[in-house]
Design a protein around this ligand. Structure first.
Ligand SMILES: Nc1ncnc2c1ncn2[C@@H]1O[C@H](COP(=O)(O)OP(=O)(O)OP(=O)(O)O)[C@@H](O)[C@H]1O
Ligand SMILES: [Mg+2]
Length: 367
């Protein structure tokens, strides 16, 4: 699939801009603070309903304006798609697919599928488990809107269980109600964990291969899901119920639920050691890119067509060999990339977009 057009109205520092995209590689360049990241943010936001930059979407309205509007058009092998995003200063937000406002956010997923990289994603390796769970959840949601609905259901039950743990002083009431919540929670959680394990399973070999490719066979990547044991949803559910029972006294003391998919993690190993504490910054960047490359393959297989790569500032800190390898990997995909300057250009055709003070101009198409 490919994005053909992005239209921004009073979005961040853009007043009004229409950018038409070509197949293949697009290099978005410009000085610091001109609006490169804002432009790619709008693509990610309209296609996933979440901004990688902020959880407060009112921030996306241009200063002094009352509403921001984004429209993204794409071609898929079955037809054209237009996704819309609109937010006003009261915080009222609307997402649409082909002009029809969606009732559930999950309806937006999967229409325009992007694999997104930004330097902040280095946290996937170095930071807390929450970053790794977020990586999985965002990307699985793009392939399956029902997975996103499961997460929402899980969070709702979890909040109810936590409230009970925190506020219920009558022990017999608490014990009888908690077993109802345990059953509900374990049911939904087992489906989430099963899906995540399947995703990690599919990611493992391609990620290993990609890591070899990026590191010239120097680095070996391992990847494991860390959470309840079991392969089938039934097995996982049984494990979770046992663990919820086992941890009940602790949970009552803490006032919240201390086990479950909201606490799970992905183990990333590099050359037999924990990558979190062991890997260098360059290796961390390579690990994240290896995960993204692996996703390219998974998404391609699941969708039956290529996802779109959106890469913000991917080249900083990468030497020319690695940059060249990255370009090689992009062959056949639409790749929209930002950078202050692209010292090293693709060998084939590419499109250049120059961003200056919230204005995006297509400067040239080299052939
Ligand atoms: N709601 C808003 N209204 C107006 N301007 C905004 C808004 N939100 C952000 N900006 C401005 O957008 C600019 C940042 O744009 P962006 O992050 O896209 O820059 P960039 O081109 O990616 O720069 P860099 O090369 O440093 O990454 C900042 O100058 C910021 O003040
Ligand atoms: Mg930027």
């Amino acid at each position: 699939m490919k994005i053909t057009k992005v239209k921004l109205e009073n979005y961040r520092n853009y007043h009004y801009s229409v950018v038409e995209f070509d197949d293949g590689i697009t290099l978005i360049s410009g000085a610091n603070g001109q609006g490169k990241t804002n432009l790619v943010e709008s693509i990610v936001l309209a296609s996933t309903t979440k901004s990688p930059r902020t959880s407060s979407l009112q921030e996306t309205i241009r200063d002094g304006e009352t509403q921001a509007v984004v429209e993204i058009c794409a071609e898929r092998n079955y037809g054209n798609i237009t996704l819309g995003y609109k937010i006003d200063s009261k915080g009222d937000k609307h997402f649409s697919v082909n002009g029809n406002e969606v009732k559930k956010l999950s309806e937006v997923f999967g229409n325009i599928v992007v694999i997104y990289f930004c330097p902040d994603h280095l946290k996937i390796v170095s930071a807390s488990p929450a970053e790794r769970r977020d990586f999985m959840d965002t990307d699985i949601s793009q392939l399956s809107g029902s997975y996103y609905n499961l997460l929402q259901r899980y969070n709702k039950i979890l909040m109810q269980r936590n409230k009970l743990l925190k506020t219920e002083r009558d022990r017999s009431v608490l014990l009888s109600m908690i077993s109802v919540y345990n059953e509900q929670l374990a049911g939904v959680a087992s489906l989430i964990i099963k899906t995540r394990k399947g995703f990690i399973e599919k990611l493992r070999e391609p990620a290993k291969e990609a890591m070899k490719f990026i590191s010239s066979a120097k680095d070996e990547l391992e990847i494991e899901y860390v959470g309840a044991r079991g392969a089938s949803a039934e097995e996982i559910k049984t494990e979770l119920l046992k663990a919820l029972e086992f941890n009940l006294e602790r949970d009552i003391e803490l006032g919240y639920t201390s086990i479950g998919p909201h606490r799970d993690d992905i183990y990333l190993g590099l050359n037999g050691k924990d990558a979190r504490s062991y890997s260098s910054q360059g290796q961390q960047r390579s690990i994240v890119l290896a995960l993204k490359f692996a996703e390219m393959e998974i998404f391609k297989n699941e969708l039956g067509e290529n996802p779109i790569l959106v890469l913000d500032d991917v080249f900083s800190e990468l030497d020319t060999t690695r940059q060249r390898r990255l370009y090689e990997k992009m062959s056949g995909y639409q790749a929209i990339m930002t950078g202050t300057a692209f010292k090293f250009k693709p060998t084939g055709d590419y499109q250049q977009v120059i961003v200056k003070n919230g204005n995006a101009k297509i400067k040239q198409i080299k052939r």
